[in-house]
Design a protein around this ligand. Structure first.
Ligand SMILES: [Zn+2]
Length: 117
């Protein structure tokens, strides 16, 4: 059981964020439109490829669009709190996707250790 939890926490807390950073760095250099796959161009300018996911997940009115809308609102709120204009959206992304999940996993890791003793 301990091996399972150690493997889980290693994978979720360390491996996934590092893999995400490496993937983001790879797509960062592909800012041109690629015919056969999505690139940073799709993120920045809008995707012209056919969606592989259903609309309730991938459309602008589905989970993807709602998430982007929430991040924009959170970014505006952060800018009203004092962040420079134009930096709130990025800061909201970092806080919600890069700061909160690792902190939650670290808390869960220590709770799990305490329960397994
Ligand atoms: Zn695309």
């Amino acid at each position: 059981m301990r091996f399972f939890f150690k493997t889980y926490y290693f994978f979720v807390t360390l491996f996934l964020p590092i893999a995400g950073i490496l993937l983001a760095k790879k797509t960062e250099i592909e800012k041109v439109f690629l015919l056969k796959q999505c690139s940073r161009f799709c993120h920045d300018k809008g995707c012209l490829h056919g969606s592989l996911l259903p609309d309730f997940l991938a459309s602008n009115t589905g989970l993807f669009g709602n998430t982007i809308g929430f991040l924009q609102k959170a970014g505006f709120a952060l800018e009203e709190l004092g962040l420079p204009l134009g930096t709130g959206y990025g800061a909201a992304n970092l806080i919600i996707f890069c700061l909160i999940p690792p902190v939650l996993h670290l808390i869960m890791f220590f709770l799990t250790r305490r329960l397994l003793k």
